[in-house]
Write a protein that binds this ligand. Structure first.
Ligand SMILES: [Zn+2]
Length: 251
């Protein structure tokens, strides 16, 4: 055992550093420690990526309440959580496209006016979608959470919820595209993903607000769901149009 913490230099008398929490039994990096760390990060209780994901699907209200109230070490941090799932989602989407050679099947006029924008969205949507989450958080704040919650708290709530939507996207790509060879660029596939994320958003809101006294919740919740869907889709159309314009400007 060391008398000083190897992480922060604080004097250590117990098994863990009283200043930063690092174990006093840390030695040279070893294969055994590396493998243990690897599986620990993936699997250990709620804090792991799978544990946090499962909690967010099963009872999103509990984890959001606890994280906002201050249980920051119990779950995976929203930023890391978000980045991992976004990266995996883009990777899965790209891999499925590379292996299958799907072509977009679009239904012109169903959402976007410009067919070129639909094409841009179908291919690049997975990361254009990232830009919509601060907008979604603003609507959540204005319509549902204010004044009990701040905007930054709403941003964290939305970040966790968006991450789970990315998990559903990954499952859709793997099961739909990988296992059943469905065209992941078909507008029907995309519509199914929208319905799935809509269902999860509704479930998160219901579970989060169920024991809180919010006036007119029966009206504000549907208002948020409808407005959020419309605004996010319009914003995605704007982003896709901008993408097409940039492609024309810098071919
Ligand atoms: Zn320390």
């Amino acid at each position: 055992m060391h008398r000083f913490c190897l992480n922060c230099g604080h004097p250590v008398k117990e098994h863990y550093c009283p200043n930063c929490g690092q174990s006093a039994e840390v030695g040279r990096l070893s294969w055994k420690g590396f493998v243990e760390e690897f599986f620990h990060t993936l699997t250990h209780a709620e804090k792991s990526i799978f544990g946090t994901t499962w909690q967010l699907i099963r009872r999103p209200g509990i984890i959001l309440d606890e994280y906002i109230a201050g249980k920051r070490k119990k779950y995976m941090s929203p930023v890391a959580f978000f980045l991992v799932w976004v990266a995996l989602s883009i990777l899965t989407h790209r891999s499925i496209l590379a292996f299958s050679g799907f072509h977009p099947v679009i239904m012109e006029g169903i959402t976007f006016r410009n067919p070129e924008s639909i094409r841009a969205f179908i291919i690049h949507g997975e990361w254009l979608y990232i830009l919509t989450f601060p907008v979604s958080a603003a609507l959540f704040y204005i319509i549902l959470a204010r004044p009990a919650y701040t905007y930054i708290e709403c941003l964290v709530i939305t970040m966790y919820a968006f991450s789970v939507v990315y998990v559903f996207h990954i499952l859709c790509y793997l099961v739909g595209g990988g296992l059943f060879s469905l065209n992941v660029l078909h507008w029907k596939f995309y519509s199914f993903q929208i319905l799935l994320s809509l269902a999860y958003t509704i479930w998160t809101c219901i579970d989060f607000f169920r024991h809180k006294k919010v006036r007119w919740i029966a009206w504000r919740l549907p208002l948020y769901i409808i407005l959020n869907t419309v605004v996010v889709l319009r914003f995605l159309e704007f982003l896709s149009n901008t993408w097409v314009r940039l492609e024309h400007a810098f071919p």
